[in-house]
Design a binder for this molecule. Structure first.
Ligand SMILES: Nc1ncnc2c1ncn2[C@@H]1O[C@H](COP(=O)(O)OP(=O)(O)OP(=O)(O)O)[C@@H](O)[C@H]1O
Ligand SMILES: [Mg+2]
Length: 215
């Protein structure tokens, strides 16, 4: 999507229009609306087709990672389940996040194949059982609302992934963070807060973006 956020003056250029945001929080909210709209506009059939292509491409990025965190898609998010099934068949251990009732709002991860329930956000997740911490994962596949040329990730706005990965610091290595996104979610630049944990790579239907560094 044609979108660029200028941190110095708080303006974003969205599809040619210049919008002023008083602070980063407002900017993130406004950009989420625009980016979700572009993702929905693809339509369900096209999203399915593009998701398969992104999943096929992501297989190589995963490499030998043994314990892999992934997610069950919500709304118009890219559906990673084709990739999850393929990785499972190849012997990788697949985990999904549990939001649960933790007051620190840090995600725990549970084996994908545990029985399901619907959590308070309306998202399906496995019943509480044996859970592990993000630091025990080798790689985590994360949903993306938007991403930019520096690997900045715009998520759903709960800060869940940022809190969960806060142990990494800026130059952290494990788990590697791989975003799955449609090409229309790629933008020139996004606002980045100090707490925002950057992505290691992003896979879209067209290509793999990596080498963002920790800038
Ligand atoms: N490490 C952290 N410690 C405390 N609060 C945090 C941390 N990371 C994020 N937050 C809080 O979460 C809020 C939302 O963060 P942000 O706007 O970056 O969400 P997001 O990355 O889009 O969401 P998500 O990770 O859930 O997809 C922030 O305003 C901040 O208050
Ligand atoms: Mg964030």
């Amino acid at each position: 999507m044609n979108l660029r956020f200028e941190a110095k003056d708080g303006t974003a250029q969205v599809e040619g229009a210049s919008i002023f945001f008083p602070d980063v929080r407002d900017a993130k909210c406004g950009l989420r609306v625009a980016l979700r709209r572009c993702r929905r506009r693809l339509g369900a059939g096209e999203r399915r087709r593009l998701a398969m292509r992104a999943c096929a491409r992501a297989r190589a990025v995963v490499g030998r990672a043994r314990r892999i965190g992934a997610y069950l898609p919500h709304g118009s998010e890219l559906d990673p389940q084709w990739l999850m099934r393929r990785l499972e068949r190849a012997g990788h251990d697949i985990y999904v996040p549990l939001v649960g009732r933790r007051s620190d709002q840090v995600l725990r991860f549970t084996p994908w194949r545990a029985p399901f329930l619907t959590n308070r956000y309306g998202i399906r997740e496995p019943r509480r059982g044996h859970t592990i911490k993000a630091s025990e994962l080798d790689l985590i596949i994360v949903p993306v609302v938007g991403f930019d040329a520096r690997g900045t990730r715009l998520g759903q706005g709960g800060g869940h992934y940022d809190r969960t990965l806060a142990h990494l610091g800026r130059a952290g290595l494990r788990p590697r963070r791989v975003g799955l996104a449609f090409e229309c979610q790629r933008v020139a630049s996004l606002p980045r807060d100090r707490h925002d944990v950057p992505l290691t790579a992003v896979v879209t239907e067209n290509r793999v973006y990596r080498g963002f560094g920790s800038a």
